[in-house]
Ligand binder design. Structure first.
Ligand SMILES: [Zn+2]
Length: 159
């Protein structure tokens, strides 16, 4: 939360949905001899303050907006994660629709350069631990990330 910009500079905060509403309390103001106002937010989720001086109401409103901002970031992070999950699922589905088990491939166990090693897939692709699309190939005990496996054309079988 400390890494966030002030809420007025945060594009994730819908400022139009959060307007400070001030309500002068004539009784409390008369007793105090100065204007005291109760403050709340137009969004309806901020508990109205007691009749306070403006600065105290502003502080409370700032605290409310800090909560709003944190919530907005949590929602955005969750939406991003959902989108990534969908994308990984789609990658695996596309792979399994076009690369049946036993398809000749080249794969790379380290950085993806050079020609890679020839093999064949021995499983369908899955999303490993919920975050990495992988497949197992013949001759390798560990799974390989799909980004490091390339199906090859079968004409003139390379193996
Ligand atoms: Zn609000």
């Amino acid at each position: 939360m400390n890494d966030l910009p002030y809420y007025t500079d945060d594009p994730l905060v819908d400022l139009k949905a959060h307007r400070l509403l001030l309500d002068l309390d004539p009784v409390a103001s008369a007793q105090a001899g100065r204007d005291l106002k109760s403050g709340t937010c137009s969004c309806g989720t901020m508990t109205a303050t007691p009749p306070w001086d403006d600065h105290a109401v502003f502080e409370q409103f700032d605290a409310h907006m800090a909560d709003v901002q944190v919530d907005a970031h949590e929602v955005a992070a969750e939406e991003l994660e959902q989108a990534r999950r969908q994308e990984r699922k789609a990658v695996v589905e596309r792979w399994n629709a076009t690369v049946p088990v036993g398809t000749p491939v080249r794969y790379w166990t380290g950085a993806r350069h050079g020609v890679g090693k020839p093999s064949r897939t021995r499983t369908p692709a899955v999303v490993l631990s919920g975050h990495t699309p992988v497949v197992w190939v013949e001759g390798e005990g560990s799974c390989i990330a799909l980004t490091h496996v390339q199906p090859i054309e079968t004409e003139g079988d390379p193996s």
